[in-house]
Each structure stands twice: as structure tokens, then as C-alpha cells.
Design a protein around this ligand. Structure first.
Ligand SMILES: Cc1cc2nc3c(=O)[nH]c(=O)nc-3n(C[C@H](O)[C@H](O)[C@H](O)COP(=O)(O)OP(=O)(O)OC[C@H]3O[C@@H](n4cnc5c(N)ncnc54)[C@H](O)[C@@H]3O)c2cc1C
Length: 288
């Protein structure tokens, strides 16, 4: 039988105090769609205390100012997918959130849980990397910000300390002229974890030349990162089929350079196609 003590703090301060008290033996419970599964599978025998933060409404927000979007970690995927602010200022994140699991999982699962769980296939992570997101980590009387790429250090590994909580995710809004793409490959359209995914942001000048390129694949490298080799192929160019293919190949090369597995021969053409499609989506912005 599973055994743990459950706490339901009424304030963020209370939650942080509990984390400080319990150190490594406590975990935060948000939607529970990852945590409860791993507890049931007995992958977290060290966890003796669960801190349920679902009633901390102060962590559930989508805020927009002139240039930035700020999300509370308790924001559910369904809220992100439906938010006019996110759809306008970070469409690729809304598209990724809409692709997660099923309506039940999207209503329950949170962006904070997706980021802290740090699965290589996490759907919100590549869009957040492409958006240049940073995360706010708080402990009693202290807080720090880290770029998301520094926060996630490997599969299911982050720089979160035992007494810290993720309390905000923030990034600059996309400009009105920026194009974006998000593609994913899974066994089915719904209720299937992504095998790979790709997020792309492109900005072009009035002559159609790419002036900003951000390409962030998921489940391709051990930890999330943009692929500058692919981005540089597009920068300063008016991308055609050949260049788009080269950019896809550059992502595949970065993947194989990071290590080869039994699935690599299958993944190579798949990641090229996913990248090409995401770039083409990003180039179609005017016609959306
Ligand atoms: C059937 C099914 C389908 C799924 N499909 C997808 C999918 O298509 N794409 C995808 O990306 N994921 C998918 N998932 C995984 C999961 O739903 C997501 O990762 C979800 O976003 C996790 O959020 P949560 O709120 O449920 O996290 P929880 O399970 O509550 O927490 C996950 C981890 O994060 C920690 N944590 C949560 N919030 C905080 C915080 N604020 N501060 C510090 N630590 C925190 C917890 O302690 C735990 O270690 C699926 C899961 C299931 C069960």
C-alpha cells in the first residue's frame, strides 16, 4: 500500500515552509497526472510527504503586459490552449497544450508539472524554449530566475532544489509578424506521448528574409535546447524547399551527434520531416 502524509497549505508561504521542513522527503502535488502515476509505480519510495498546492489560486494565472506573458505553474493545459492572450502572443504554446493527452488530462495537468517533471517528450517544453522562457524558483525568503534550458538538465532532471517551488514561467510575447510552427509525432493523434516534437519561431523582414530563427526540438537531445546549426541555415535567407530540408537535416545531425540508439535510423527521417513541417507552418503566418 502507498503511504504518505498529505498536506494542503493555504498560502504559498505555508507550502514553502513545509518544503523547507521536509527537504527531500516531500513533493509538490499539482494536477497529479505524473506524480501519482510514479508514486503508484513505486518509483518514488523516498517521498513520504505530499504537499497539495491545488488550492493556491495565487499560482494559477495568465498575465500579459506590453511585452511579456507570465504564467502561474498551476495553469492547466486547457486554460493555455483556450487563452486568447496565449493564442495571440505565443500561439505555438497554445498549439502544444491543445495536443496534450485528452480533455481530462488537459483540465487536470498543469504547465508547472510538465516543466518540473521534465520528460524528454514534454510537449510544452520545446515551445517554451523557442519562446526563450525563464522560470522563477522560490524558497523561503529567496527567489531566483533561470532560463528554462538551464533549469532542465536531463531526462526528468532539473535544478529545482528540495525546498524550492516553481512559481512562475515568463517569456517575451511574439510580435505580430512572427510566424510559428509546432509539430509532433505520436502513435495516435490523442492520448499518446510524443515520440518527438518540434517548435519553430521565425521572423522575416519586408523582403521575406529570415531575421530571427528559433528551432527547438523535443525528445531529440538529452536536455532541451535550440539547434543553432539549423537556425543559421535559414537566417538571412528566403527559405525554399532545399533550405528547409537542410535545416531539417541539421536537426537530425544534432540528434545523431548526441548519441545513437536502436531507434535512430527511424527517428532521423521523422525529425527531418517534423522540422520541415514546423518551418513551413511558421512561414505561412500571413495566411493564417
Ligand atoms: C494519460 C496521460 C496522457 C498524457 N499525455 C501527455 C502528452 O500528450 N504530452 C505531455 O507533455 N504530457 C502528457 N502527460 C503527462 C502529464 O499529464 C503532464 O506532464 C502534466 O503537465 C503534468 O502536470 P501535473 O500538474 O499533473 O503534475 P504533477 O503530476 O502534479 O507533478 C509532476 C512533477 O512536478 C512537480 N511539481 C508540479 N508542480 C510544481 C511546482 N509548482 N513546483 C515544484 N514542483 C512541482 C511534482 O512534485 C512532480 O514531481 C500525460 C499523462 C497521462 C497520465
Amino acid at each position: 500500500m502507498l503511504g504518505f502524509d498529505l498536506y494542503r497549505p493555504r498560502t504559498l508561504q505555508e507550502a514553502l515552509k513545509l518544503l523547507a521542513e521536509f527537504k527531500g522527503s516531500a513533493r509538490v502535488l499539482a494536477g497529479g497526472t505524473d506524480l501519482l502515476i510514479s508514486l503508484r509505480a513505486r518509483e518514488r519510495e523516498d517521498v513520504k510527504n505530499i504537499i497539495d498546492i491545488t488550492s493556491l489560486r495565487v499560482l494559477d494565472f495568465i498575465q500579459e503586459d506590453d511585452s511579456r506573458l507570465r504564467l502561474g505553474p498551476l495553469t492547466a493545459h486547457a486554460q493555455i490552449a483556450d487563452s486568447p492572450h496565449i493564442r495571440q502572443g505565443a500561439g505555438l504554446l497554445a498549439a502544444a497544450a491543445a495536443a496534450i493527452g485528452s480533455p481530462q488530462i488537459r483540465n487536470r495537468g498543469t504547465i508547472g508539472g510538465n516543466v518540473v517533471n521534465a520528460a524528454v517528450c514534454a510537449d510544452t517544453v520545446p515551445p517554451l524554449v523557442a519562446l526563450g522562457a525563464s522560470v522563477k524558483l522560490e524558497r523561503m525568503e529567496e527567489c531566483r530566475w533561470l532560463p528554462l534550458e538551464e533549469f532542465i538538465t536531463g531526462p526528468n532532471r532539473t535544478r529545482l532544489e528540495a525546498d524550492e517551488m516553481l512559481t512562475e514561467i515568463a517569456f517575451a510575447k511574439l510580435t505580430a509578424t512572427a510566424g510559428w510552427g509546432f509539430t509532433r509525432l505520436a502513435r495516435r493523434e490523442a492520448m499518446a506521448i510524443a515520440r518527438m516534437n518540434v517548435a519553430v519561431v521565425l521572423e522575416r523582414d519586408s523582403r521575406g528574409r529570415v531575421v530571427t530563427a528559433r528551432i527547438a526540438p523535443g525528445a531529440v537531445l538529452a536536455s532541451p535546447a535550440r539547434i543553432p546549426q539549423a537556425e543559421n541555415i535559414l537566417l538571412g535567407q528566403c527559405p525554399d524547399e532545399a533550405l528547409i530540408h537542410q535545416a531539417g537535416q541539421a536537426v537530425a545531425t544534432a540528434m545523431t551527434a548526441s548519441g545513437s540508439r536502436w531507434s535512430t535510423p527511424y527517428k532521423e527521417p521523422a525529425i527531418i520531416a517534423l522540422t520541415e513541417r514546423a518551418i513551413k507552418q511558421a512561414l505561412e503566418v500571413e495566411w493564417r
